[in-house]
Design a protein around this ligand. Sequence first.
Ligand code: PFF
Length: 453
Amino acid sequence: MGQREQWGTRFGFIMAAVGSAVGLGNIWRFPYMAADNGGGIFFLCYLFALLTAGIPIMILEFGIGHKFRGGAPLTFARMNRNWEWLGWWQVLVCFFIAVYYVVVIAWAISYVGFSITQAWGDAPKDFFFGKFLKLTGGPFELGGINTQILLPLILAWAVTFISIYTGVKAGIERVAKVLIPVLFFMVVFIAIRGVTLPGAAAGLNFLFEPDFSRLLDYKVWTAAYGQIFFDLSICFAIMITYASYLPKKSDIVNNAFTTCLTNCSFSLLAGMAVFSILGHMAFTQGVAVKEVASAGVGLAFITFPAAISTLGSAAPLFGVLFFLALTFAGITSLISINEAAIAAFMDKFNMERKKATVIYTGTAAACSLLFATGAGLYILDIVDHFTNNFGIVFGGLLEVLLIGWLFNLKSIKDHVNPISDFKVGNWWLFSIKVVTPLVAGYTGIMTLISDLK
Ligand code: PFF
C-alpha cells in the first residue's frame, strides 16, 4: 500500500466533516426532538451536551484518527492489540445505518419531483404510506420491491459510489465542497422566507419557549445527549476515519470546534425554517402549532408537504428546495458512513480503494433493497431503534471507557496540543473520563429499561 491519502485543503476537510454531521438528523430529527422535549430547555441541555460530550469526543476522535492514521479498527488496534473488535463493531453499525438511511434519501429525491406538482394533493398521509410506499400490513409481509423508489435509490448509490471510488481528495472532498455551501444557502433562503410568513412567530415560540418544569426531567437530558452523538456522527467510526486523512500539521482542536459549531448552527437554522413554516400552516388552519407538529419520518414526508401546500404559488419552489436540501444533507452523510467502512477493509486486507468500493457498496446496495419493499418502513423503524440506541451508545461508551481508563489519555492530549492553537486541559480529560461514560451509560441503560417494559 502506498502512502495514506490526504485531504487537499483544510476547508475541504471541514466541508466533508460538516457534510457528515449535517444530515437527515439535523433537518427532521432535531426540530421534532426540541419541540417534544420542552423547547428552549432542550436547547440548553443540548448546548450543555455539546460542551461536555460532543466537542470533547470530536477532539478525541480527530486526535486518535490523526495520531494512529487508520480507519476505526486499525486505529483501535494500534492503541491496543485487543481493541480492534471495537472498531469493527462501529463499522457494523455503519453498515446497518447506511442500508436504511439511503432509502430515506431515495424518498427525499422522489419528493423533489412530487413537489413540482404537489402530487400529495389534500391527503399527504395517505399519499405517503399508500400510493408512495405501498406499505404492507407488517414487517413480515414484504410485498415486493417498490419500483418507484428504485431509480432514486440507484441514483443515491451511484453518487456515493463515484465519490468514494474517485478517492478522498478528488471525490469525497470535491463533492462536499460543492454540496455543503449550496445546502447552506438553500436552508438560509427557506428560513428567511419562513420567518416572514404570517403565523411564523407561533411556530418559533413552540420551538424555543423554555418549559422550565422539564429541567429535571431525565428524558430531556437523555434526548439531548442522544441527539448530540447521532447529530455529530461521533462514536461510529466516521470522524476517526476522516481525521486519518489529515496532513501531519493540522489544528485538531480548532477543526473539532469548527465542525461542531457549524453543525449545531445548522440545526438551529433548520429548526427555524421548519417550525416557522409549520407555524404558518397552523395559522392558516386556525389551530395551535401543537396540533400540526408530528414526529420523525412523518414530519418531513407528511406534515411538511402539507405545510408547503399552504404557500400558494411559491409551494413548488419551497418544496423542491426543502427536499433537495434533505437530499444533499443525506448524501454527504451517506458518503461518510460508507467511507468509514470501506477504509476499514482497505486497511485490514491491504485492499485497493477501487476494489473495496465495488465490493462494499455492491453488497450494501443489494441489502438496501429490503428497505425498498412494502415492509421497508417497519423494518427501518426496528433497525433504526437498535442501531441508534444500542449500537452507537454502547460503541461510544466502550470507546470512552477504554480510552479514558485503560489508555494513556494524556498522550493524546500531548499529541493534539502542540499542533493546536487552543490547548485542551483538565476539562477535556474530565469530560472523557467521567462525564461522557456516565451519560452514555445512563442513556443506554434507561433506554434498555424502557424497551424491556
Ligand atoms: N449526523 C448525521 C445525521 O445527522 O444525519 C448522522 C449520520 C447518519 C451520518 C447517517 C451518516 C449517516 F449515514
